[in-house]
Design a protein around this ligand. Structure first.
Ligand code: GLU
Length: 484
């Protein structure tokens, strides 16, 4: 078996979104599965489109997701350099080889002349093909003019590891530019040379390159080289599946997801399963499982839907599975103001209680601040609650008082979840109320937060003294609310 070497070859023209990361991840998984290498190559030949700092940003995105490459611009490797702008002489050398073989020539025309050819074709309602104007005696190529490929127009058929058997007619074959007059190669040429020299076995890339593939095949033939396996990824579609994913639907910078409280395991799992599954019902896959189970054959041909709700669900599942000490580390920058000031032991105790309920780490302040600091009563929350809005003032007061009277009888030693749950159940009978009303009201009186862990856990962690004093403050503020 030939060795597997895959690459991720982004252009440093901005941040990487989930589509780009999916390509990188599949290439990574394929290489790791075969104990091969995964290479990062920066395709920086279009200086006009380059965005400063995006190479560092791409590298950071891959590191944050744990998509580690074996060779790349910042770490080197046996096939260095890995930045196309540092490989210009390689393209020139291959360009010269093609000239020698009679398969490339210097373009003698000015841009105006080419424009005139194009508009002539348009007027005659014909597709413009440069090869129809191929010069008979091109000037010698001295690097000041573009170098063009001398194509051999013919129909072609090829196999794509994802898209299956494909074909195209000779009308799509043309004499494309290999090297521009500024000495930089085009993507069309550079990637083929680099994939060859870097011994890339599988080219995994987006759907936008499929239309040019017949031209690439023509060039592989002219170079007399074996081509790598080609695997084309379908687009990622928006949530409703009716158009390509745009910025607003989630095609944002992947690093933004980390800022928004998503964790690596969930991101990898989610991105991998956009358009791939292992043929079973399994939804949660660790990175190790992805490495062992991934296959290009099971990547779908039609666009995969970007379902943010599913991502949020997965994130909650992966947060649940974290070791407490690990969660503590990852939560570090997400605490609210009071949580930030709390001790590690306090934070740990709180995390134990909320871990199951965290969907993203950004939920932390809402879900935990009341453990660290006295919340301010906000009766609007009660009025806005469907269950509680209809409970009259007097009943609210009675319920809070009954709760305090009942709970004060639980001794400090018995202040545990089981006893508290039983006490709350008794209180339901005593007051003849329904759980959503009684527990909903107590929950708000203790937390004044939109979400919180289960009531017995919350009370256990707050402790007897604070639980009672908060019930009292709520009762007092209810009176003030009424008076005001
Ligand atoms: N530089 C190309 C891009 O960023 C890469 C395509 C490829 O993987 O060959 O779209």
């Amino acid at each position: 078996m030939t060795k597997v070497r895959t690459r991720f070859a982004p252009s440093p023209t901005g941040y990487v979104h989930v589509g780009g990361i999916r390509t990188a991840l599949y290439a990574y998984l394929l290489a790791k599965q075969a104990r091969g290498q995964f290479v990062l190559r920066l395709e920086d030949t279009d200086k006009k489109r380059e965005v400063e700092g995006s190479d560092a940003h791409i590298i950071k995105s891959l590191h944050t997701l744990g998509i580690d490459y074996d060779e790349g611009p910042d770490i080197g490797g046996a096939y260095a350099p890995y930045r196309q702008s540092e490989r210009l002489e390689h393209y020139i050398e291959w360009g010269k080889k093609l000239v020698k073989k009679g398969r490339a020539y210097a373009d003698p025309y000015t841009p105006e002349e080419i424009r005139a050819f194009r508009s002539e074709a348009e007027q005659n309602k014909k597709a413009f093909l440069y090869r129809h104007h191929r010069p008979e005696n091109p000037p010698e190529w001295d690097g000041t003019r573009p170098l063009r490929f001398k194509s051999e127009p013919k129909a072609c058929a090829w196999h794509d590891a994802v898209m299956g058997d494909l074909h195209a007619g000779e009308e799509v074959i043309d004499d494309f530019v290999l090297i521009k007059s500024d000495g930089y190669p085009t993507y069309n040429f550079a990637h083929i040379i680099d994939d060859l020299e870097m011994e890339i076995s599988h080219v995994i890339r987006g759907q936008e390159f499929i239309a040019s593939t017949p031209n690439y095949l023509n060039l592989y033939e002219a170079l007399e080289i074996d081509r790598p396996v080609l695997a084309t990824m379908p687009h990622i579609l928006n949530e409703t599946g009716n158009k390509k994913l745009g910025k607003r639907d989630g095609a944002k910078d992947v690093l933004d997801y980390f800022r928004d409280g998503f964790i690596e395991e969930a991101m990898l799992n989610f991105i991998a399963s956009m358009g791939w599954n292992d043929g079973t019902e399994q939804e949660l896959f660790s990175k190790e499982e992805l490495v062992s189970k991934f296959s290009l054959e099971r990547v779908g041909r039609s666009g995969a839907r970007f379902d943010e709700k599913r991502l949020i669900w997965m994130n909650g599942q992966w947060i649940k599975r974290l070791e407490l000490s690990d969660l503590l580390k990852r939560a570090e920058t997400f605490w609210g103001e009071a949580g930030q000031k709390a001790s590690e032991a306090e934070r740990k105790a709180v995390l134990t209680v909320v871990q199951d309920r965290l969907k993203t780490l950004t939920d932390l302040p809402n879900l935990t601040e009341f453990f660290f600091t006295e919340p301010t009563p906000d009766w609007k929350m009660v009025d806005d609650s469907k269950q509680l809005a209809k409970v009259l003032y007097k009943n609210r007061l009675d319920l809070l008082r009954s709760a305090a009277e009942k709970l004060v009888q639980v001794s400090a030693e018995d202040w545990n979840e089981e006893t508290l749950q039983n006490t709350l159940n008794e209180l339901l009978t005593d007051t003849n109320t329904k759980p959503p009303v009684l527990f909903g009201l107590i929950r708000l009186a203790l937390t004044w937060a939109p979400f919180s862990p289960g009531l017995p856990e919350t009370m256990r962690l707050l402790g007897k003294e604070i639980t009672l004093s908060r019930l009292q403050s709520a009762t007092k503020s209810l009176g003030e609310e009424r008076a005001g």
